[in-house]
Design a protein around this ligand. Structure first.
Ligand code: SF4
Length: 287
């Protein structure tokens, strides 16, 4: 293949500060003591990282009853949880380490503050996502989740409404939906809770992807933020490939690609991004 190519690895690719902090803290916990570490839900949506953590006695549990060793440590992941669930976690009597990202906590505070003033809350996000389930828990039982502007059109009008976003939401989706809710509500507070690392990632992607002739998005197939990133790239560049590991990089996709951008979701470790870049170089170097 041609040697006339350029690979750019986006500086925002990979672990966001919230995920990085959670991973580092659980690794420190497992190194420190002999106690098993239980994470409530998968720490991140990346199979390779989850497998690495299991080897270090860091287990994912989906139900608190699965934390069978009473000397174990319960870890609340970066996505955060509802206040009710938080109470249940602390009531278990195990040591608890709260890794909720401060930027998710900021969203909790904003929702809580307005809900206590009687505002209804509309969250623009993915209703199934753990972070959104947690956000909904702060709405005093007066909240709803919509995915986008189309779903926002079906909402009733509100006297007082606070519109917030899942922290990894695409800005355009958030503002379009918020505008529709604003137009049909008496008092509408638009609280942009998209986190700064996500905003930077989106901004950088917008700048780089439109000049690339191939974007390789690296990340778990079940990672919502990676899927969203791949979708955004698809709107800017004709050729996009979403791969989970270097093994999935296909020779065919690199054909004629001169300006190659490699980016990754917030749950993708740096070592996998580097392996993908290496694989691209190897294929491109082949005669
Ligand atoms: S995406 Fe943003 S809010 Fe969510 S964990 Fe990462 S830094 Fe925190």
């Amino acid at each position: 293949m041609s040697n006339n190519y350029k690979i750019t690895i986006a500086s925002s690719a990979g672990f966001c500060p919230g995920v990085k902090n959670a991973i580092e803290r659980v690794l420190q916990l497992s190194e420190k003591g002999k106690k098993p570490v239980y994470t409530v839900g998968p720490l991140i949506h990346n199979k390779q990282v989850t497998q690495m953590l299991e080897k270090k006695d860091i287990f994912t549990i989906n139900n608190l009853n699965e934390a069978t060793d009473k000397n174990g440590v319960l870890v609340i992941r970066a996505h955060g949880i509802t206040p009710e669930f938080q109470k249940q976690v602390f009531d278990m009597g195990l040591e608890v380490v709260d890794c909720t990202c401060p930027l998710v906590k900021r969203a909790h505070t904003i929702i809580d503050e307005f809900a206590k003033k009687g505002y209804y809350t509309v969250i623009i996000g993915d209703a199934e996502h753990a972070e959104v389930v947690g956000l909904l828990g702060y709405t005093q039982g007066r909240g709803i989740v919509v995915a986008d502007a189309e779903e926002a059109k079906k909402l009733p009008s509100y006297d007082k409404v606070n519109v917030v976003a899942q922290t990894t939401q695409k800005e355009q989706t958030f503002f379009e939906a918020a505008e529709i809710i604003k137009q049909k509500s008496k008092i509408c507070q638009v609280s942009n809770t998209i986190c700064n690392p996500t905003k930077q990632r989106q901004k950088e992607t917008l700048e780089l992807a439109k000049n690339a002739d191939l974007v390789i998005v690296v990340g778990g197939k079940h990672s919502a933020n990676t899927a969203r990133l791949a979708k955004l790239c698809g709107e800017l560049c004709k050729k996009v490939s979403h791969v989970e590991t270097a093994e999935e990089v296909q020779k065919e996709i690199l054909e004629d690609a001169k300006n190659i951008l490699i980016t990754a979701g917030a749950s993708t470790p740096d070592w996998i991004i580097q392996e993908v870049a290496k694989k691209v170089e190897i294929i491109k170097g082949e005669k």
